[in-house]
Design a binder for this molecule. Sequence first.
Ligand code: NAD
Length: 439
Amino acid sequence: MEKQSIEILVESRPRFIAAEPPKEDLWDTVLTQLDDVAQRLNLDPGIHAILRQPERELTVAVPVVMDDGRIEVFTGYRVQHSSARGPCKGGIRYHPDVNLNEVKALAALMTWKCAVMGIPYGGAKGGVRFDPMQMSEDEVCRLTRRYTAMIMPIIGSKRDIPAPDVNTNAQTMAWMADTISMIQGRTNLETVTGKPIPLGGSLGRKEATGRGVAIVTAELLERKHQKLSETTVAVQGYGNVGSAAATILDQMGCKIVAVSDISGGLYNPRGLDIASINQHVAAHPRRLLEGYEAPGVEKISNYELLESEVDVLIPAALEHQIRADNAPYIRAKVIVEAANGPTTRAADEILNDRGVIVVPDILANAGGVVVSYFEWVQDLQCFFWDEAEVNHNLKRIMVQEFKEVWDFSQEQQVPLRLGAYMLAVDRVANAWRTRGVFP
Ligand code: NAD
């Protein structure tokens, strides 16, 4: 029945959903948000001007010897938006759409995210523009090592600490840590986080972003007096973050009715068997949902997933998935932004007008950087925590900062996104005021 109503809705709505929708520039979105917050906070114009520009932008050419002997040159970036509150921190993304403006925007989001979570970091981001699906593991390894060498002048455990992001993982971080160690002539495990456990990684890091998403979802539902056992959830993107969020929310008692990845979506109004989906993905050569079949499970498109009849929608893929063209048709009452920048500004306004609660990315997906912070602390002390301690401290920080954003937003009568940004920008501005402008 529910599936049928999705088809009716999709068919009756204007269909300008294109495979490649027109994209807002994420950097423009970030600047507009900052300008709005600056006005509301009555921010000093000088500090506002400082925060409108990244501190440092590095573009590098990355030559790679391909398996057939040819040399290809890829473009990579590392952007440090702000180090006012501590060393810069942010992931490395491998994707054919990576570009300087996107990396700048993601770096700024990291500044706000670390500030809103109260962890002592500034924001950075990096990426290389290529499609890892089209390259062998050896080629990706060589690209990672060369890219690391090229950005080494600006990274370091007290300067800028990279971590995984889209299409990068613990293996990528191991190659980065090894490259830095070889060049420095000493083992250096503290300059990147998200590493494998035997190489100074932290227990709980792999699932941390998804766990944080699940924790804030539960906190929000509690304030809405909605039981987890009566909550249906759809997750777009079944990678590191989306699969962990789905698995933990499933364990908490929610009914996960839809999941998707680049190969398409799965839908079962009675709830998907997440454990068997995880087994399928683990066995798939490209870790995809593709080919999964089970009784009662239907195939849906990514657009149908976004518009499905659920209580909670978790976009956990890429940015700008929820836009002005589909926001009016989204039926979830709550959106928890596991991905960075999944909602355009225009869509955000539509969702606000419709009373949909959006837990913003800088709060919802901060679990990863919080446990990256724990990993860094453990590496610097050469003293490692057990998983229970990691998860306990993650939950403590997520619950505390969610409460802070929630209470502040209620007090100011603003949406959670605006409340989170106001708190974050104020904290970064305070750091600037206290430190002063050098020299
Ligand atoms: P990932 O590469 O592990 O997973 C991305 C998933 O999205 C994959 O399943 C992919 O198939 C899917 N996908 C890509 N395009 C899609 C589309 N159009 N529709 C549906 N699915 C699509 O990446 P990840 O680490 O899980 O990151 C996902 C998002 O979370 C990104 O926005 C990232 O910036 C953000 N994030 C990640 C972390 C982290 O710790 N990994 C932390 C904070 C935020």
